[in-house]
Design a protein around this ligand. Structure first.
Ligand SMILES: Nc1ncnc2c1ncn2[C@@H]1O[C@H](COP(=O)(O)OP(=O)(O)OP(=O)(O)O)[C@@H](O)[C@H]1O
Length: 388
């Protein structure tokens, strides 16, 4: 199909828009073989009638934790009835009742009874089915940190891992997921829970730019018509997502840029579509990082944004001299502030031969200024003198 007939027939650049939905389970899971192997290793004993192991899955947002578990669970369901995998989203289901109702629905294939002695009845229903099938239960508690906040984490772990004692079923496994790296889900467990909870740590590191690009290339191939996005722009999107350490940003950005081109009746995504979509998608993360800055760091960042907008020299030395006019900073604290801005990914410090480092904003200067709470004047036109 040519592009013109394509646009005339259905006016869309998306071959399959579902590919960009957050519920979409990709056919190919890139770069997560080690994690898949770890989880499979924990489940394997259940095939021989033994119990399943437990795991704690940790990694920043958008590193494929949920997708990896969902992929493993899908394969398990296709391969065996000896293991019953259950996925619980603890953002939505935080009370013991809500979690058990979700488990019941997935194990029994129908909604939990809404009357009667509630929890015990629901647990009994789950156990009866597992007993009949001689199957081992494995429960994924995604975003388990929400259970800690709700005060139900220990109770649920304790009950799930000891289900076998009361109900004569095989010992269950729990895969607990968190994207909060400061949280140690094992340490959060009470001693009574720890006596039955011996999780394997499975870590998910952010994807590199090359890895993000492969994931995005796959999505583009499945979700878009050929030629809608160029390799160069896909590369730019991959760079932004890798800088933000979140592949989800890349997927959202790709969709946002294509929607923009589609809305304007164009057949190809242009650089402006990517820039505009990036501004919308990265603004919340930029704002939340600016809020965390110290007053000195924020003041420096606004000066950097202003200089960058005005097209002035951006070597670290020149920025320091300019900042000094307005801010009470010495060289040491200036470098500390600057390094921190680089660490949290708002600026890049690019080495320049014979000129030290160049300070380069990763975001639009106006957006950075807005995130710092500063309204900028329109960029002024530079005079001949300033340019030279
Ligand atoms: N290895 C991968 N291959 C293909 N797609 C991936 C891969 N990893 C992540 N994705 C896609 O990236 C998006 C985010 O992944 P996922 O929800 O699994 O991340 P997460 O680590 O669980 O994030 P969070 O902690 O925010 O819940 C999803 O759309 C998913 O399909």
């Amino acid at each position: 199909m040519t592009h013109s007939s394509l646009l005339r027939s259905d006016q869309t650049l998306f071959r399959d828009p579902d590919v960009f939905e957050f519920t979409y389970l990709p056919d190919h899971l890139h770069h997560r073989d080690a994690q898949v192997r770890e989880l499979a290793f924990l489940l394997r004993p259940a095939l021989r009638g033994a119990s399943t192991g437990s795991a704690v899955l940790r990694g920043p947002p958008g590193t494929g934790k949920t997708t990896t578990v969902r992929r493993v669970f899908r394969e398990v369901r296709e391969e065996t009835r000896k293991i019953v995998p259950v996925y619980v989203n603890c953002r939505h289901d935080r009370t013991a009742l809500a979690v058990y109702r979700s488990i019941f629905a997935q194990v029994c294939g129908c909604p939990a009874p809404s009357a009667g002695r509630y929890l015990d009845e629901i647990k009994q229903g789950i156990a009866a089915r597992l007993h009949d099938e001689n199957a081992a239960l494995v429960v994924c508690l995604d975003d388990a940190n929400y259970l800690i906040a709700a005060g139900t984490y220990n109770l649920l772990l304790y009950q799930l891992l000891r289900l076998y004692e009361k109900w004569d079923v095989r010992k269950a496994g729990v895969f607990a997921i968190t994207s909060d790296l400061a949280l140690n889900l094992y340490a959060e467990a009470d001693p009574s829970v720890r006596s039955v909870f011996h999780p394997t740590e499975v870590t998910f590191w952010p994807y590199t730019k090359t890895e993000v690009r492969e994931i995005l290339t796959d999505r583009a191939r499945q979700g878009l018509y050929p030629g809608v996005i160029s390799k160069v722009l896909l590369d730019r999107i991959a760079q932004i997502a890798a800088d933000e350490q979140d592949v989800r940003i890349g997927i959202d950005l790709l969709r946002g840029a294509v929607q923009r081109a589609e809305r304007d009746g164009r057949r190809r995504v242009g650089p402006d579509d990517v820039t505009a979509a990036a501004r919308v998608i990265t603004a919340p993360s930029l704002r939340s990082r600016a809020v965390e800055l110290s007053a000195g760091e924020r003041a420096l960042l606004s000066r950097i944004a202003e200089r960058s907008r005005e097209g002035r020299e951006m070597t670290s030395g020149a920025v320091f001299e300019a900042a000094r006019e307005y801010l009470p900073v010495g060289k040491t604290s200036y470098h500390e502030h600057l390094n921190h801005l680089a660490e949290i990914g708002i600026v890049d410090l690019v080495p320049r031969v014979g000129k030290g480092r160049e300070v380069r904003l990763r975001y639009d200067a106006g957006d950075v200024a807005a995130a710092c709470g500063v309204r900028t004047k329109p960029a002024k036109t530079r005079t001949e003198h300033e340019v030279s």
